[in-house]
Design a protein around this ligand. Structure first.
Ligand code: SF4
Length: 203
């Protein structure tokens, strides 16, 4: 059993190519300015069997090109067993697995070496709002991009060479989900823009 809030495709702003993004539900870091605070608490409505999650992923991969996976949240390492269940089946589709975590790589290497051995790229550390410079892939400049497998530094170089982070909006059943590294004032800007059009944004 696992808590998975969203699966989106094609995510093109969190790693190279067209990726399947998987948002784990639950995070204990509670970083100030986090863009997904609605995923801090683990919610029953996001509880799912590994089989159902994998079925959905295989269905997407069966009909579309998949260049990699981006696992984020929430924090995937709050659910190490779930992460362990998913990694091997995902690698059968693409070995380019990028994982975002608020924990530090040094701690994870001690606690979960068997998981890190199956991940290609790790972006670690808590989000620090004052250090958000809208850089590609990282939320704040304390976070490190750690290449755990060979060849990925070159693969990720073009997206990291972009001047700034990019945002991608997905229309979903109950609204719009904005994906990517947002600037610190993004939520307020969005609210102001919506208000000018006579709209209200639910948080
Ligand atoms: S680790 Fe990520 S999801 Fe968790 S609170 Fe920090 S920014 Fe939000």
């Amino acid at each position: 059993m696992m808590y998975i809030a969203r699966i989106l495709y094609p995510v093109e702003v969190l790693g190279p190519g067209k990726r399947i993004g998987i948002w784990f539900d639950g995070c204990e870091h509670h970083c100030r300015g986090c863009s997904n605070p609605e995923l801090w608490e683990q919610q029953e409505r996001y509880r799912a069997e590994a089989g159902a999650v994998l079925e959905m992923i295989r269905m997407i991969a069966g009909e579309n090109p998949v260049d990699g996976f981006t696992l984020t949240g929430g924090d995937p390492f709050l659910q190490p067993e779930a992460l362990g269940e998913l990694l091997d089946p995902l690698r059968e589709i693409s070995e380019d697995i990028l994982v975002y975590t608020g924990y530090l790589a040094e701690d994870l290497k001690k606690r979960y070496p068997e998981l890190l051995a199956r991940i290609a790229v790790l972006i670690d550390g808590p989000y620090m709002e004052a250090r958000n410079h809208a850089l590609p892939l990282i939320g704040s400049d304390n976070q490190r991009i750690i290449y755990l497998k060979e060849g990925y530094r070159e693969r990720y170089a073009p997206i990291l060479a972009q001047e700034t982070s990019r945002i991608q909006n997905f229309r979903v059943r109950d609204g719009i989900i904005s994906v990517g590294i947002h600037r610190p004032d993004y939520a307020q800007q969005l609210k102001d823009a919506a208000q000018r059009k006579g709209l209200t944004i639910d948080e």
